[in-house]
Write a protein that binds this ligand. Structure first.
Ligand code: GLP
Length: 271
């Protein structure tokens, strides 16, 4: 696991977005795994800026999102499909054939999950999987106690996850109780896993993921078993790491010789 700790959120975001840009520059027809959540907002802003600038194109890529709420139709403003359209796909006019999420309103969610897993396999598997992390250590919607061998399926959301995500819902709206999510084994099959975490609210989950035991208690800890995992952090998200000196020695300020020269609109560099 490569642990890169940056002095600012902007640098962490640039590093994560740059990894996706480089992947597509090397192989324009890559299969990408994509994530939602507030952490990803500036990543998509950076990717849109890079694409408009001609540095990268997404029209030959195939993109699979990690998850979707069950019972929420794709055009619903709280669906993850809506998130992806408004934060990324529509801004670049990406054709429908390039991206996919599980259908939250599928009549048989379990069958939809199985078919989604099969589609990923048919596409040749995921080259680069982008991930965030929940405060309880979840990746995708693989909540604590998820099997480390799990495949795409329906999962019940943890109370903490529903509380954390309530900010995206209106006061009169109910946060869904279940979601279709890629499984841990689906994520571990990706050829490169790239997890971005920023902010102090993620510090405990990040420490458990990197330095804790591999355990379903912290689903993200399964990334310790991944053959090529990169964890990109800002200072706040890294604050509970015990081996911090070591990570800084190996990659001071996150430097591993692959920091792209990108600027993100709306995110000003901090010292
Ligand atoms: C949701 C998503 C996860 C994401 C997490 C963190 O639960 N299913 O994929 O990592 O939120 O989101 P945020 O970046 O908003 O903290």
């Amino acid at each position: 696991m490569k642990v890169l700790i940056f002095r600012s959120r902007e640098r962490a975001v640039v590093r994560a977005a740059g990894e996706i840009v480089q992947q597509l520059q090397a192989r324009p027809a890559s299969v990408l795994g994509l994530a939602t959540g507030g952490t990803m907002d500036p990543v998509y802003a950076a990717l849109i800026a890079a694409a408009r600038d001609g540095q990268v194109a997404f029209d030959r890529a195939t993109m699979f999102n990690l998850d979707e709420y069950v019972g929420v139709p794709p055009d619903h403003p709280r669906s993850y499909e809506h998130y992806m359209r408004t934060h990324f796909f529509d801004a670049l006019n990406l054709p429908d054939r390039t991206w996919r999420l599980p259908r939250g309103d599928a009549p048989d969610p379990a069958a939809e999950a199985e078919a989604y897993e099969a589609r990923i396999a048919e596409a040749g598997g995921i080259d680069l999987q982008l991930l965030g992390i929940g405060a309880n250590g979840h990746i995708g919607f693989n909540e604590p106690s998820s099997s480390l061998s799990s495949r795409t399926r329906v999962k019940t959301l943890h109370r903490r996850t529903r509380d954390d995500n309530a900010r995206f819902f209106g006061p009169d709206e109910v946060v869904p109780t279940t979601a279709i999510t890629m499984g841990i084994a689906t994520i571990l099959d990706s050829r490169h896993a790239l997890l971005l975490a920023t902010g102090a609210a993620k510090a405990q989950a990040v420490a458990a993921m990197i330095e804790g035991p591999v355990s379903a208690r912290c689903p993200a800890s399964a990334l310790q078993l991944h053959r090529h995992a990169t964890v990109v952090l800002d200072e706040d998200a890294a604050q509970a790491l015990e081996l911090r000196d070591y990570y800084d020695t190996v990659h001071p300020d996150g430097e591993d010789g692959q920091m792209p020269a990108m600027r993100i609109p709306g995110l000003e560099p901090q010292a």
